[in-house]
Design a protein around this ligand. Sequence first.
Ligand code: C2E
Ligand code: MG
Ligand code: MG
Ligand code: MG
Length: 282
Amino acid sequence: NVSAHNKSGFALANHELNAAFVERLDLENRLRRAIHRGELSVVYQPKINLGRGQISEAEALVRWNDPDIGMIPPSRFIAIAENAGLIGLLGAYILTTACQEAVSWGHDTRGASTVAVNVSAIQLQDPGFPDTVRKALADTGLSPENLILEVTESAVMDDTDIVLPNMRAIATMGVRFAIDDFGTGYSNFDNLRRLPIHSLKIDKRFVDQITENQNDARICQAMIALGRALNLVVVAEGVETHEQSLFLKAYGCDQLQGFYFSRPLNRVEFREFVEARNSQHQ
Ligand code: C2E
Ligand code: MG
Ligand code: MG
Ligand code: MG
């Protein structure tokens, strides 16, 4: 009976939609509660300077461990925060936490000094965002030159009428911008030229096959050359092997980041890691 089949098919789809909706709503409520209770944390992944091999910077990455569900990756919950109108609050919390942590590194001469914080498209489009940055710096006492904001190419392209003035206002404070996941969005040379950008982060997907795939190797080589020609600092993300690090170093990369050197670490582990490495690479 065709119509009965259709009917049950529809009921099933409807049920699945409801389940997805309920799950999302549950996550949203849990996230709202966790943000208000200060239950999210920030971990730090070192960026290794090629040349002397020491660490002066780290990328701050948010972590959410729900008591019932366990770890929920940012690739999942950042979008939920954006849709639920929570990203402003969450972003300000991450920014302030990371700035505060970087201030405390600055007290140790062997420590890192600079922290890079990821900024989502919605934050970048908020006319109040420059004030959020200004407030985080003022509240923590971090020098603007010790803060980098990581933005993606698509975030920058999204709503240029607000994003460009925001970026210029923030750059005027002395804060620097990095283009994250470079090569995966709409790469636009005009933007690279017009925007106050300090560094390019080559996406992991180009790094992955660099030792096996000649095309990927050439793409990495070309992106590094482009960055250097534009006087930008070039960082490679997702470096997992010694061989990859040798290729990237030979191509002229400035900084490397990835599990080969270190996973993202909690604040105590990060300080120990940097202290140990920097005392060997002066
Ligand atoms: P991203 O900014 O490109 O961050 C790099 C991601 O790659 C991180 O994942 C990091 O843990 C991971 N990673 C680093 N090295 C390696 C490696 O060698 N191998 C592999 N397989 N992975 C590596 P994570 O922390 O899960 O973050 C994923 C994405 O979520 C980030 O990509 C960023 O877009 C977003 N995100 C993370 N934290 C924040 C945050 O505080 N605010 C915002 N707005 N977005 C964030
Ligand atoms: Mg990033
Ligand atoms: Mg990235
Ligand atoms: Mg990425």
